[in-house]
Design a protein around this ligand. Structure first.
Ligand code: HEC
Length: 173
């Protein structure tokens, strides 16, 4: 029989490594989002776009549940991953373009992930966006924004509105 750390041990460790600062708005203490390691092969690419001002490229991926959204409402189990890419620049710091005049991508600088499950999101209290929880990772799985600091994600996604299930992009329905 293999020994497994009880959930409370993991939660205590998470709190010790990423303590919530007292001025942080309420947010989940434990990561229930997770970086899906195989999203590039297992998920569907939903859209991508270039941001001329920031000189970045984003690409948005969704799992089968996210792709099965109906009436603006995502089913439980939906996971959406947004890659942010830096771009290659020339000497004048302009973005290098490929033959199709698209930005040449350099490196993934962040992976924004949101996951919807029954009962999720309660910890955000007044900033709750339905049943989504958020976290932001580096490609190696380490945190850029751990769950305890993810209230800012919910605060801004509130603006996408309940009618769109707090998701900004994607097909209108
Ligand atoms: C200041 C507002 C703002 C904040 C803060 C913010 N987002 Fe977003 N997010 C957006 C906007 C706007 C888009 C759509 C971007 C686009 O399509 O170019 C977006 C897109 C996304 C998407 C793709 C699905 C969608 O809604 O279109 C995910 C996943 C996501 N954000 C997760 C996060 C996570 C995780 C955090 C916190 C670490 C976060 N966001 C913080 C505004 C925000």
């Amino acid at each position: 029989m293999t020994w497994r750390a009880p959930a409370f041990v993991a939660a205590t460790l998470a709190l010790a490594i990423f303590p919530a600062r007292s001025e942080d708005p309420p947010a989940p203490a434990v990561d229930r989002v997770g970086l899906p390691k195989d999203y590039q092969s297992a998920f569907r690419q939903l859209r991508s776009s270039e941001n001329a001002k920031d000189k970045t490229v984003i690409a948005v991926y969704g799992n089968a549940a996210a792709a099965a959204k109906q009436d603006g409402n995502y089913p439980y189990g939906a996971v959406i991953v947004m890659e942010t890419w830096s771009t290659l620049r020339d000497e004048a710091k302009n973005v290098r373009l490929d033959e199709a005049r698209h930005f040449r991508k350099d490196q993934v600088t962040g992976l924004h992930v949101m996951r919807k499950e029954r009962g999720f999101g309660e910890a955000y209290r007044g900033n709750r966006t339905g049943e989504w929880e958020y976290a932001e990772y580096r490609p190696d799985g380490s945190y850029i924004t751990p769950p305890a600091a993810s209230a800012k994600c919910a605060q801004c996604h509130l603006k996408a509105g309940a009618a769109k299930d707090f998701v900004f992009g994607g097909k209108k329905s």
